[in-house]
Design a protein around this ligand. Structure first.
Ligand SMILES: Nc1ncnc2c1ncn2[C@@H]1O[C@H](COP(=O)(O)OP(=O)(O)O[C@H]2O[C@H](CO)[C@@H](O)[C@H](O)[C@H]2O)[C@@H](O)[C@H]1O
Length: 243
């Protein structure tokens, strides 16, 4: 490793510890390419469902292409000390690919010229979240671990409440997701958060004051997931803070 690479790594590590990651820190992306998905991917397995549809007593053989993806937990984190919701930000390769495809009006992802697209636009705004990948842990325990790992808050697990259970990506994935809610204070922060470096997670914390949440939701320059839109609306309604 060169001296400048070492310096880069050191500055990223320090920024992560202080939790003052800039957009440049979050996406130092080079040589972005599209590769083949291996059949034994740990994260997603595409498949074709084949079945007989008997509607109108007229049996037809049908198929549906889909993905076997992990179930997940998502946590709405309200910081009472700052009257804000705590979000995480990270570079999302899938969002980058789709944004680039749209920007270049490309028919296929293989046609995208990634040298023309700034990866910063694919730094998303998300609730703290994680895949359910440990059979010995409950969904709430997964949420408890993610809150400490990504946001740095150590809370009593009993203070985490379940809000809703639903399916995500019903057209192609249908994966289960459980949404939780927890309240924290600055005193509960025991580490800088930022994610699990051994999993290459590299996450910035971003708080949005409750008075600005509604506007934040409809700011189309900030990439977000539908579950975040639902979770924020639920929170504003519950707290009587809808504008
Ligand atoms: N497809 C993939 N390819 C390669 N590596 C992968 C991968 N998915 C996960 N990983 C690896 O696993 C690590 C941990 O992932 P998490 O459990 O934090 O889920 P993630 O935040 O990606 O998605 C969570 O947050 C988002 C946003 O809320 C939800 O959509 C999602 O359902 C939920 O699991 C990642 O840092 C990465 O190293």
């Amino acid at each position: 490793m060169s001296a400048s690479q070492k310096q880069d790594q050191e500055s990223i590590k320090n920024a992560s510890q202080d939790n003052v990651l800039t957009d440049e820190d979050l996406c130092r992306i080079k040589d972005f390419q599209i590769g083949e998905l291996p059949k034994d991917s740990t994260y997603i397995r595409p498949f074709r469902a084949i079945f007989i549809d008997e509607r109108n007593n007229n049996p037809v053989k049908r198929m549906w292409d889909a993905i076997d993806a992990h179930n997940s937990v998502v946590i709405i984190v309200y910081n009472r000390s700052t009257d804000s919701l705590v979000f995480v930000r990270q570079f999302r390769p899938a969002v980058y690919v789709m944004m680039s495809k749209e920007a270049q009006n490309a028919s296929f992802i293989a046609d995208i010229d990634f040298t023309k697209q700034n990866p910063k636009s694919a730094i998303t705004y998300e609730f703290c979240a994680g895949i359910i990948d440990k059979k010995h842990l409950s969904n709430k325990e997964h949420a408890h671990v993610e809150l400490l790992e990504e946001c740095g808050y150590s809370v009593d697990i009993n203070s985490i409440e379940s809000v809703a259970k639903y399916r995500s990506g019903i057209g192609i994935a249908g994966a289960f997701q459980e949404l939780f809610y927890v309240e924290v204070t600055n005193e509960m922060k025991t580490n800088a958060g930022g994610g699990n470096l051994s999993e290459f997670e590299f996450i910035a914390i971003h708080e949005v004051h409750v008075d600005e949440l509604y506007q934040f939701l409809f700011d189309e320059t900030k990439a977000k997931e539908a579950s975040l839109m639902f979770g924020v609306m639920w929170f504003l309604h519950k707290k009587g803070r809808l504008p």
